[in-house]
Every structure is written in structure tokens, then in C-alpha cells.
Ligand binder design. Sequence first.
Ligand code: ZN
Length: 160
Amino acid sequence: MDHIWSPWRYQYVTRAAPSGGCVFCDKAAAKDDAEALIVHRAKHNYIVLNLYPYTNGHVMVVPYQHVDSLTAADAETAAEMMDLARATESVLRQLYNPPGINIGMNLGDCAGAGVAGHIHLHLLPRWPGDANFMSVIAETRVHIEDLALTYARMREAFAA
Ligand SMILES: [Zn+2]
């Protein structure tokens, strides 16, 4: 069986926000970062844990600006996204020491974007065989304890 890596098909935080608005804008405005799973806030972007991680350590870099393409983002915002991707790569290596990392972005519904109206950059550590493991359980279970632990470790690593 051919395997196409597509964690984007998992419905992480894609349920419509209660307000009917944008889930990433709502998170940006959150008063409680821990509740929103925001592990780091920078000037133009924030970094948030994926509620339904493909692997432990799956995070997203999300601009405060509500835009549906990289081209539409401010130059400063786009540049900072890459800076934060680099910082996140470093944090993932420090915390998980994974043999591989995926970094990716989907623009538009047909590309697999869960929230097509607001761009976000996925970063996730990868291990041999993790796809097989996750395909069995990823959509059926959320490990709250794991997520809380991931949050605490990430938050501390980004603050360092
Ligand atoms: Zn938005």
C-alpha cells in the first residue's frame, strides 16, 4: 500500500469556533494560553500544540494576521514564521531527539488545509513506523495527559 503522509486530514482544531469565527483568531485572542495550548507568543506569530497530534510534539506556527496565503501575509510575519520554524526545529530536537521532522503548510481546502482561511505551519517530529501506529489510534483517542506534559515541556523549552 502506498503511504502518502497527510496528517492534515486529521481534524485537529478545525471544529468551527463557538462564535462561528476563525479558530486561529480565537486562539490568538485567548486570555489563557495554557487552555489554548499556546506554548509561545512572538511578535507576529504564536506557536500552538495540535489538539489531535499526529505525533507527540506536533505544533503549528500561526500568524496573528488572518490571511489565507503566504503572499498575503506581511513580510515581517512571513519572515518570523521561518525564524520560529527554526526555533521549533531546535526545540523538537532538544525535547524528542527525533530521527526526522516534517515541516509543512497546506494552502486551500483541496491541499488538505483544516482551516483554509488562516495559514499555519505544521512541525512534527517523526519516527520510523509512527504512521502505522497513529493510523490505528490517532482519530479515536486523545491522550490528555500526554498533551499536558507536552505543553509543559514545550513551554519551558521556548522560554529558555
Ligand atoms: Zn483567523
